[in-house]
Design a protein around this ligand. Structure first.
Ligand code: 13P
Ligand code: SF4
Length: 391
């Protein structure tokens, strides 16, 4: 019987803990209509005190962010998780790959909890361990693997991070992709980078920050034999981009950028580097979620901004800065559906379970994967600090 390698799973039909596809959430959740949810969350947090550390990614719902001890982009949250060794429980309000990274970077006695196990990431799902191993074998056959340094975006499973650790590579985030690529190119003479799994972040960084050309980049399609590339194309390439993307940031288009510029004179276009290259090249500023927040905080009153990133964050920024004109860079509503899975009922359920002495939804990376993923993550944490801003 042949199996179809679907990148996305219809939720509830199967469980594959090695993928980012999401699995059922066990347990009895409080009803979303329970008027006491906020009070219950507050009481559980108070009862746990210093034993719990709650991390909230910027794309989380307001109702969850309200209970976060720290908020941040994926880079900041990885550092924050690593910097709280005294917390017994790390409740990660984000997605699965972030919770895996927190588990890798925290001590063996610390427990990382993801309030809903179905909070995966469709981009992380686009690079699966078997596909990446096959691609590497093909690079070996093509005679180029010795000069290839793999760099994976944080938005990838622990398996892929471990692959990078084993093959002399590193992890990067949208805050430090430029320094990570510079580091990778310094690793061997004639180095090439295999960039996983977000082709847009890889292309935007290589072209707009490192000054490479679009022709220096080729796209490896895991669904085509040899990635759809010839040996000559691989030999010539400086960057081999994995054919993955974010389904949220992939929605922004150059047409809407042009429309908004025509409609709102003086508008600034501020986008995340997961957006398509033709969107990023039309933008005024590009950077991680942390960079987007800092830019809006520093913007003068009365200035106009169209922001191309997840809608929870854009709405929060618009509410926090009523003196600035902030609009969303898409014609339709566009939340990250998996980030949104962490809601107040799941948060309350996870926290109350901890109060009752029951650890639910613990994210645990197996020791061998953890060992190598940590190597790649540590290489990232050791990179010199620099932001991903284009200005
Ligand atoms: P950052 O928070 O690192 O900017 O990443 C955005 C994102 O898509 C997280 O899933
Ligand atoms: Fe994944 Fe995109 Fe959602 Fe981030 S915003 S978790 S990259 S699907």
């Amino acid at each position: 019987m042949s199996t179809i390698d679907l990148p996305l799973l219809v939720l509830g039909h199967d469980a594959d803990p090695r993928s980012e596809r999401g699995v059922d959430c066990p347990g009895a959740l409080p009803a979303a209509s329970d008027p006491d949810l906020v009070a219950r969350a507050r009481a559980a947090k108070e009862a746990l005190g210093e034993r719990v550390f709650v991390l909230g990614h910027h794309y989380q719902r307001d109702e969850v962010i309200a209970f976060a001890d720290v908020t941040g982009d994926s880079f900041k949250l990885a550092r924050d998780a690593a910097g709280r060794p005294e917390a017994e429980f790390i409740v990660f309000c984000g997605v699965h790959f972030m919770a895996e990274s927190a588990d890798i970077l925290t001590g063996p006695e610390q427990k990382v909890i993801l309030p809903d196990l179905a909070a995966g990431c469709s981009m992380a799902d686009m690079a699966r361990a078997g596909q990446v191993e096959d691609a590497w074998d093909a690079l070996v056959d093509a005679g180029v693997a010795d000069s290839v340094v793999p760099v994976t975006y944080m938005n990838s499973s622990a398996d892929i991070k471990a692959f990078c650790g084993r093959h002399g590579g590193a992890v990067c985030t949208s805050s430090n992709a430029q320094v990570a690529l510079e580091w990778a190119f310094d690793q061997t003479p004639d180095a090439k980078v295999l960039f996983l799994p977000d082709q847009h972040l890889g292309r935007n960084t290589a072209v707009l920050q490192l000054g490479l050309s679009l022709e220096d980049c080729v796209v490896w399609d895991p669904h085509r034999p040899h990635g759809g590339l010839t040996r000559e194309e691989l030999e010539k390439a400086r960057v081999i981009l994995w054919r993955g993307h974010c389904s949220v940031h992939g929605r922004f288009t150059p047409e809407v950028v042009d429309e908004l510029r025509a409609k709102i004179p003086g508008i600034n276009i501020l986008v995340h580097p997961e957006c398509r290259h033709d969107v990023v090249t039309r933008a005024d500023l590009v950077g991680s979620t942390e960079f987007i927040i800092k830019t809006i905080e520093a913007a003068p009153p009365g200035s106009s901004w169209a922001i191309g990133t997840e809608l929870n964050l854009v709405q929060r920024l618009a509410n926090a800065h009523p003196d600035k004109n902030i609009v969303f860079l898409d014609r339709t509503v566009c939340y990250c559906s998996t980030m949104n899975r962490i809601d107040l009922p799941h948060f309350v359920w996870a926290m109350e379970s901890l109060v009752a002495g029951q650890v639910v939804n613990q994210i645990q990376v197996d020791p061998e994967t953890e060992r190598w993923a940590k190597v790649a993550l540590q290489r990232m944490l050791d990179l010199p600090a620099r932001t991903a801003a284009k200005d």
